[in-house]
Design a binder for this molecule. Structure first.
Ligand code: ATR
Length: 272
């Protein structure tokens, strides 16, 4: 049986085993998929050990995505731009790295009927989560993609990686003065309950608001968006299942359906 896992610290909370084993059932693939805790300073050793045990591939989550990239013999263009890897494939003695978060996000937006072509997109945050989605968003040919961050220099550093793209960097204050069609929260601000410093006028009845995180309740950002009657309010659960579907396809050569697993996951989240 081909072995896969997800590395993280912490990792107990991961829904990846449920998602991948559901995909395997649906596509009639025989695999195992487990959570794999790694010590903060022990990621590389844990991966080497997993390969020695016959592991075929692994997902990587916080805080190891950059270290995962450093271990790879070969990287996709997209992984290079992201500076992070969430999908490792072990083949012929080599480690291949890719990142599927951005495609997961784009597919979830499109599935939710959000048009990205010619739209004005605002991306809040300039950390790892943000970097990983810039290229797939640009590939959708938006009118503009603006990255707003508390530390503006980090947003500027991402913008400088790209040439000939409608990509801009600014502060939250500057973003608050502009109009956007799609607003995506990629900051970790919501996780601590503080929320992102965006003004109420940024969100209108035409706005699509997306949060890359999710929970049983709406995130503080989405709660604010809903109170302001945003056109659409979407959390990151679909992105989670979508990025997993892309990883599964890389490993198994078959693209599983996202929708049934997403439905089940939503139901179990609501029941918690
Ligand atoms: P991740 O991998 O989840 O992106 P990260 O790389 O630590 O994590 O990035 C966290 C992002 O959330 C950053 O954009 C950070 O802003 P700074 O670059 O200015 O630190 C943003 N962030 C975290 N807490 C925030 C807060 N309270 N208000 C606004 N932005 C916040």
């Amino acid at each position: 049986m081909d072995k896969y896992c997800v590395f993280g610290n912490p990792i107990k909370q991961s829904r990846s085993p449920f998602i991948h084993l559901s995909f395997a059932k649906e596509t009639e693939q025989v695999i195992s998929y487990a959570i794999q805790f790694a010590e903060i300073d022990g990621f590389t050793e844990a991966v080497v050990e997993f390969i020695a045990q016959g592991g075929k591939g692994a997902n990587v989550t916080a805080p190891f995505k950059e270290q995962a990239m450093a271990m790879c013999d070969e990287l996709t263009e997209h992984a290079k731009f992201s500076g992070a890897v969430n999908t490792l494939t072990f083949k012929n003695g080599k480690i291949y790295g890719d990142t599927t978060d951005g495609i997961g996000l784009v597919n979830d937006l499109l599935t939710n009927g959000v048009s990205l072509k010619n739209s004005r997109i605002l991306l809040l945050g300039a950390g790892g989560a943000s970097k990983g989605v810039v290229l797939p968003l640009l590939n959708q040919k938006p009118k503009s993609l603006t990255i707003a961050n508390r530390t503006v220099s980090k947003a500027k550093a991402i913008v400088e990686q790209y040439t000939d793209q409608p990509l801009l960097a600014c502060s939250f204050e500057e973003a608050n003065e502009q109009v956007f069609d799609v607003i995506i929260n990629a900051t970790s601000a919501g996780l601590t309950g503080n929320g992102v410093p965006i003004s109420e006028k940024l969100i209108t009845i035409n706005s699509v608001c997306y949060d890359m995180t999710y929970g049983k309740e709406l995130t503080p950002f989405l709660q604010k968006a809903q109170n302001l009657k945003a056109n659409k309010v979407i959390d990151g659960l679909g992105m989670l299942v979508g990025q997993a579907a892309e990883s599964f396809d890389i490993w198994r050569g078959v693209k599983p359906a996202v929708e049934p697993v997403l439905k089940e996951l939503r139901a179990s989240l609501n029941a918690e």
